[in-house]
Design a binder for this molecule. Sequence first.
Ligand code: ATP
Ligand code: MG
Length: 407
Amino acid sequence: MQIYKVGGAVRDRLLGRPVTDIDWVVVGATTEEMLAKGFRPVGADFPVFLHPKSGEEYALARTERKSGRGYGGFTFHASPEVTLEEDLIRRDLTINAMAEDDQQNLTDPYHGQRDLEARLLRHVSPAFAEDPLRVLRVARFAARYAGLGFTVAPETLALMRQLSESGELEALTAERSWKEIARALMEDQPQMFIQVLRECGALKVLMPEVDALFGVPQPEAHHPEIDTGVHTLSVLEQAAQHKQPLTVRWACLLHDLGKGLTPEEEWPRHIAHEQKGLKLIKAVNERFKAPKDCQELALLVGEYHTHGHRALELKPSTLLELLQSFDVYRRPQRFEEFIAACEMDARGRKGLEQRSYPQADYLRGAATTARSVAVQPLLEKGFKGPELGEAIKRERLKALKAYKEKA
Ligand code: ATP
Ligand code: MG
């Protein structure tokens, strides 16, 4: 048997990027031979094994044929006769379809190296269209490598458009889509992921609520960029530049969905978009079965981001309600993430990226103030049950009034 490094490890070495996980392909071997060498089989369907020591993935060279809709609709053929070139042609992009032996001799039948130099994300063969997940993968790679100057080849974008229009994207499971979305949002330029999906018509299918934001104007005085879709991309860009976690990036993407529902007569104003957007945020959350912390933060940021921006003007009672809504006493981290999302929203405006955001420290201070109200003295005064709750609230309100006056 011959063993080659393939995929991302080869690509990233040639790009001079750190290689994190290594995928291997094995040519000329049978399942029995792999098992005899101590490899552990991964799934029932795939001829993929884990190395007994390193735990890295070793796949038998295989060919694939489309036999139905969606991801389940694939048949695999793995046997010792399948060549390296036959295995490489089933891969998505030319830059992902190179292999390397232990002497670093490159096998590159589909010109991945040429496309690396040309900074092009280009599909290997028309079979690209057989797996709709590849649309999301290409958009994700665009988000990762945009900084190096990579763009999607026009003919690949055309194929992606064809796939988006064919209805095949709807066959993707929530789990597979979310995995790509989550990884893409954590790349250096997540806004490119959304932009590429939009360019090929996939955004309209996957997240029509986000797609609808493009072409919706906002008041120029607050939003020099005007367009709500452009603003959303900038917010996401800021979130990545400030190394925000996935929860915050997800909330940034969805925070203004309500603006897509504003009747045109009301443009560029968006009265109560925070409330109106909640059902859309919920729909997107559920469509992709986003993790609970992502879902929660997106809804809270959707509902309260304007409160965040107006923090310094809020009445102490409104401030207290905001803190209660976030349960800042038990969930301090979540409130921090809310503040971060608000700040990214403020910075995601054309020309205002560097403007300071004093609301952030003010909100932090308010949370600390409310949290520092001691319960013990109230217990000692004999407060119990609902009255204790009321007494705590009164004390917190008093503390917040003093805090606001000092600020
Ligand atoms: P990453 O750095 O994100 O791990 P990668 O290219 O290594 O990038 P993997 O998902 O680890 O991506 O897959 C390894 C290789 O398998 C890819 O480089 C590609 O050749 C191939 N591959 C993975 N998923 C697909 C797919 N859906 N369609 C076609 N080829 C795929
Ligand atoms: Mg990999």
